[in-house]
Design a protein around this ligand. Structure first.
Ligand code: GDG
Length: 486
């Protein structure tokens, strides 16, 4: 963490993401400032703090507007201001077209094999272009030098690297794509495939979570653009400029201080009414159709149907934080999950046994930590996932080296965590069988697997991710400076 700060102290570093690192909400005692959940913020916050850079994001709440009145730029975090947060305000039409429309109804389903049809509306695309251009303006305004390091996050900003490059040719631009990249045939569905690839190749470095996504990306370039690809060092020469295509598997901060709860406070199990000896299965994730929620609920129902000895002895706690509720497919998913959950409880519940708790709300961080620590099994049944941080969080919390992780074969995290029980969430009978095996796994085997996973997550943590990415950026910057001089 300190190294990152030292390396970049005084550098002109600009981070761009859709979401803000701090969310302001208005309450009875004024405006409160909270850190949103998710890996992106914990990964990039130390960089922003360490180098006193600037973070540019979409201002997301009315309370946000109140905190700045008519100014767009504030110093954060509030308790120890160390970098600037610049908000870009979007009109409701821009937000709908760029964020809900093109990014979340177009690119999100395009990039995930969840078989939800992507929707590409011309209007959404126009808003996406406009908003990318507005963020480019903000980058230009915020750059303190003519050669800043700009770190662009995710599928909301595929056009931004080119837009910055045209106006700041000496910038070092790194784009990190947090979600999967589809194969060339699928990507070809997008009516704006060429512009998107051209936009991304404005970057010096394009980062993906795992090797397959980079292979897919390079294949898309090969089929779409006049370019020269070097398969040995994964670089693309296009329009007189070279971009490196790299992999940086994202991770989490290893907890510095394990959560210590007061001895007198009830355990998560007690709070849920779980009897001693009964097993707790946990799943956590945004309410998103890529996360395999109905699929896993079905597997749980099958477990209770086919192996009734589990009734009364096994509980499932599903924390499904609502997400993108303005998009129809998400609303339908939410209703389906509630209906299936109700049916399971109606069928198997008794006066003193409720098999399933489906919590469609945002849990607080301490509650999640406790659940991770007390669960017997944690399930990540994603149909497709760039990485999946929940799997790593569960492992990081298990100081006791107990607990079984069931992890989708289609989540990037499986590549670093082969000791998890891998599942294909589309294969219902195997999913149910794996769940059964997890519930029976001997403690010694749990320890063996968990110990190895903990070693991996401890060493391949978020600081390593950020460190590798910035080291590569510094390398590219130094090389470009030399080329310019000489
Ligand atoms: C993308 C990619 C990639 C969830 N519910 C609650 C809550 N969470 C936290 C988890 C975790 C984060 O949100 C979700 O992590 P995922 O990895 O599942 O991320 P996505 O949102 O799908 O984001 C993904 C990630 O980017 C990073 O590159 O891993 O593949 O899709 O940290 O703990 N946190 C709290 N309450 C909740 O109810 N506090």
């Amino acid at each position: 963490r300190t190294l990152i700060g030292q390396e970049l102290a005084g550098s002109d570093v600009i981070i761009v993401s859709n979401r803000e690192p701090y969310i302001h909400s208005a309450g009875p005692d004024g405006i409160r400032c909270a850190i949103p959940a998710g890996g992106l913020v914990s990964a990039l916050e130390p960089i922003a703090r360490g180098c006193g850079g600037t973070w540019i994001a979409h201002g997301s709440g009315s309370a946000d507007r109140e905190t700045v009145d008519d100014q767009d730029r504030i110093q954060v975090p509030p308790d120890n201001p160390s970098y600037a947060l610049r908000r870009v305000w979007l009109s409701p039409e821009e937000e709908k077209g760029y964020y809900l429309g093109f990014a979340n109804e177009g690119l999100w389903p395009l990039c995930h094999n969840a078989f939800v049809r992507p929707i590409f509306r011309e209007d959404d695309w126009n808003h996406y272009k406009t908003v990318n251009a507005r963020f480019a303006d903000a980058v230009i305004e915020e750059a303190r030098t003519e050669a800043p390091i700009v770190i662009v996050q995710d599928y909301h900003f595929s056009l931004l690297p080119r837009m910055i490059r045209e106006r700041l040719p000496n910038a070092t631009i790194v784009t990190f794509w947090h979600i999967p990249w589809p194969n060339a045939e699928v990507f070809g569905i997008c009516p704006h495939a060429t512009e998107i690839l051209d936009g991304m190749l404005g970057s010096d470095i394009i980062g993906f979570q795992v090797p397959l996504f980079r292979i897919n990306f390079v294949e898309c370039i090969d089929r779409t653009l006049e370019s020269r690809i070097n398969h040995e060092n994964w670089s693309v020469r296009y329009g007189g400029k070279t971009s490196q295509v790299r992999t940086y598997p994202i991770s989490i901060a290893w907890p510095d201080q394990p959560l210590r709860t007061a001895i007198s406070s009830p355990t998560a199990r007690e709070a849920l009414g779980i009897k001693p000896g009964a097993k707790l299965i946990l799943a956590v994730g945004r309410l998103d159709y890529t996360k395999g929620i109905p699929e896993f609920l079905q597997a749980f129902e099958d477990l209770l149907t086919q192996h009734p000895e589990h009734c009364g002895r096994v509980h499932l706690y599903y924390v499904a934080a609502p997400s993108r509720g303005e998009v129809t497919s998400y609303r339908t998913l939410h209703k389906d999950c509630l209906r299936i959950s109700q049916a399971i409880n109606d069928r198997f519940g008794t006066e003193d046994y409720k098999p399933l708790l489906f919590a469609d709300r945002h849990a607080d961080r301490d509650e999640l930590s406790r659940l991770y620590r007390e669960a017997d099994v944690c399930v990540v049944p994603s149909l497709h996932d760039g990485m999946n941080l929940v799997a790593k969080e569960f492992v990081a919390e298990r100081e006791d080296e107990q607990g079984v992780l069931i992890l989708s074969r289609f989540a990037g995290a499986i590549q670093e965590l082969p000791e998890a029980l891998a599942v294909n969430p589309f294969d219902l009978s195997k999913l149910t069988a794996t769940l059964r095996a997890a519930l029976k796994m001997p403690r010694t085997e749990q320890t063996e697997r968990m110990r190895r996973m903990r070693e991996t997550v401890r060493s391949k943590n978020i600081y390593r991710w950020a460190g590798r990415l910035l080291e590569d950026a510094a390398h590219v910057r130094a090389r470009n400076q030399l080329l310019r001089r000489g």
